[in-house]
Design a protein around this ligand. Structure first.
Ligand code: SF4
Ligand code: SF4
Ligand code: SF4
Ligand code: FES
Length: 352
């Protein structure tokens, strides 16, 4: 046995120094279910779903937070492990209101998947009472803490992944709850509505408000695209049902956003369906706008530029480019102002 191997389900398996049992097992193709584990964040060991048996240990250990040591003997599917995992899931199911049929997360819920995998066929424990009013006073996120399993992934995502630090664990014991500063609704808090907490919530406690009733996970086609808003170029998945976007999520592990989105990228797609959307240039004539072709509109702008330059010189014109547009577009705009129009009056909106 070498210094870089351990015994996983009876098989000698390599591991890298400092790796947890979970990561080493995943590298070896062995699946250990998890709930609270969030890639890239410090493991909390909160849910106990990832328990494994380690020979010589006094009790089962959380694989997501236990480092592998050379020669360690680990079992991920022993009778003891399967019994404990099932019990943990049964307790989580009793921790709140888990009426899957009317839950927005139905079909996209790790707890539901685990209950199925553990072959749970009935509620072993009486569910705790529904104690939290559903919070849906903001335009984007529905918070239903009756479905929260207190896994802490949203807190880690907000604090460690997007570093907005808008939420944390609040209260104690059975009153524990995820809170904003002062336990205020999201829209009265430091929350910037990036929606990262929804992205990582493994159950139906945090869901997209606009997605309600727009399509079940198995009904939507997932189309990868680039966010249309700014030059960062975040990678998104459009969840589309019958040609209409039900919601937008981030592509995990894709550059440059690595699973993150901002409020515009995640929630700002209504413009696509807006009746007020401009689809053609408008020219003001006699105080009223009329639709025009692009050629007509561009010719008009060019002729006005020329008139101004003849009458007042090129410095009578100034340009403000969008700081969020592509580098290439901003470069072209300054080149156009300096080299074509002949003025250095060019800036961008970030200064405002
Ligand atoms: S959170 Fe999951 S387990 Fe609970 S009701 Fe919703 S789908 Fe079911
Ligand atoms: S929406 Fe973003 S900022 Fe607001 S609580 Fe969730 S992760 Fe934090
Ligand atoms: S809201 Fe979701 S992610 Fe946050 S602790 Fe509850 S179940 Fe976990
Ligand atoms: S995933 Fe390891 S304790 Fe939750």
């Amino acid at each position: 046995m070498s210094d870089t191997t351990f015994i996983l389900n009876g098989k000698e398996t390599p591991f890298a120094p400092g790796q947890t049992i979970l990561d080493a097992a995943r590298d070896a193709g062995v699946v250990i279910p998890t709930l609270c584990y969030l890639k890239g964040a410090a493991p909390t060991g909160a849910c106990r779903v990832c328990l494994v048996e380690v020979t010589g240990a006094r009790s089962l250990v959380a694989s997501c937070s236990t480092p592998v040591t050379p020669g360690m003997e680990v079992f991920t599917q022993s009778a003891k492990v399967l019994r404990s995992r099932k019990l943990v899931v049964e307790l989580l199911l009793a921790s709140g209101k888990h009426d899957c049929i009317v839950c927005e997360a139905n079909g996209n819920c790790r707890l539901q998947d685990l209950a199925y995998a553990c072959r749970i066929t009935e509620m072993k424990f009486s569910p705790s009472e529904e104690t939290y009013p559903v919070e849906d006073v903001n335009p984007f996120i529905v918070r239903d803490f009756n479905r929260c399993i207190l896994c802490g992934r949203c807190v880690q995502a907000c604090n460690e992944v997007v570093v907005n630090r808008a939420i944390s664990f609040g209260y104690r014991g059975s009153k524990s709850k995820i809170v904003t500063g002062g336990d205020l609704p999201y829209n009265e808090s430091e929350c910037v509505f990036c929606g990262q907490c929804i992205e990582v919530c493994p159950v139906g406690a945090l869901t997209e408000k606009k997605a309600k009733g727009m399509g079940r996970p198995w009904e939507t086609e997932k189309i990868r695209t680039t966010c249309p808003y700014c030059g960062v170029g975040c990678q998104q998945l459009l969840h589309v049902k019958e040609g209409r976007i039900a919601k937008v999520t981030a592509v995990e592990d894709a550059q440059p956003n690595q699973g993150r989105l901002c409020v515009k990228g995640r929630f700002g797609y209504d413009f696509i369906y807006s009746e007020d959307r401009l689809k053609t240039p408008l020219i003001r004539q006699n105080g009223k706008f009329r639709e025009s072709s692009w050629d007509e509109a561009l010719d008009l702008v060019a002729s006005k530029f020329k008139d101004i330059i003849v009458k007042h010189g090129p410095d009578a014109i100034a340009g403000v480019s969008c700081a969020r547009s592509l580098n290439e577009d901003s470069y072209q705009m300054q080149k156009f102002f300096r080299a074509v129009l002949g003025t250095n009056n060019i800036d961008h909106c970030a200064r405002t």
